[in-house]
Write a protein that binds this ligand. Sequence first.
Ligand SMILES: *Cc1c(COP(=O)(O)O)cnc(C)c1O
Length: 339
Amino acid sequence: MTIMMSDARPIFSEETAVPVQLADIEQAAARIAGHVTRTPLVHSKSLSETIGQPVFLKLETRQPIGAFKLRGAMNAVLSLDDVVRKRGLVTASTGNHGRAVAYAARELSVPATICMSALVPSNKIEAVRALGAEIRIVGTSQDDAQEEVERLVEYRRLTPIPPFDDANVVAGQGTIGLELVEELPDLTVVLIPLSGGGLAGGIAAAVKALKPRVRIIGISMERGAAMHAAIAAGKPVAIREEETLADSLGGGIGHANRITFALCRDLLDEVVLLTEDEIAAGIRHAAREEGEIVEGAGAVGIGALLAGKVRPFGPIAVIVSGGNIDPKRHRDIVEGATA
Ligand SMILES: *Cc1c(COP(=O)(O)O)cnc(C)c1O
């Protein structure tokens, strides 16, 4: 299942300014330098041989929290006024964003409260707790957790740090795009895990500004691909949340989405969807051939290449977005012949 957007509309209509500019992303890079890791971009011998094109992996698994979300969260928190920051931060998260906010809060010595739905895997909950944040488990969906955030914003005057639909968060994630263009100037395609679209939107904004001809491909799972459904419908639509190996890609994009829907609609060249088996193959390949522990969401770029769902020409950058997976689940997938 693929939707093509090669005849995309002009980037943003006249009444809406482009919400994240190259300059915002460059400022974010300066702000977060020293607080986040400049991750390695490594050549994959095995994928390059399989695909017949040079393939490079951007290892966001090497961030101190094991995922790229630290970039956006750190940029958002550092952009806050001192007095506001000290009152405390709050967010709803499926795990990695919660970790990122908790880590940023601890780094900058401010309190953080993380709201999560009961569907979030326990290893992710414990990881946030270990970072010293207060945790609230609320309801069974991202929407329930989000309602609790709004309550705490109103009654405790905490500052919400959104997981993706925020200009500072998007600009922070976009710093990956600056690093890619700097290190791989002749890149032709970027494969990006896609959920709420902060990662893909930010990278696309950076890369398209510097290299307009580079193709940006978003990759989600077939089970509950919210951005894919929204782009197809022309507006955010409700989707059913389902269990998937790519649990970090679950959840909706928000019915009142302000930034990432338009960014992804206008800047992504294509969105590709993967089956659970294809995601498992990506995880397995990362472990066996690349020596990397990668979670389902982080492995979709590799999975898409192995499945032949993208056929690039020229140097390819694959965003390996995170590595936070339950060790037993990881072992089962790597040892198993199928998912
Ligand atoms: C959050 C997340 C994504 C998706 O990022 P969005 O900005 O929501 O599209 C991809 N991979 C991992 C590991 C994540 O934690």
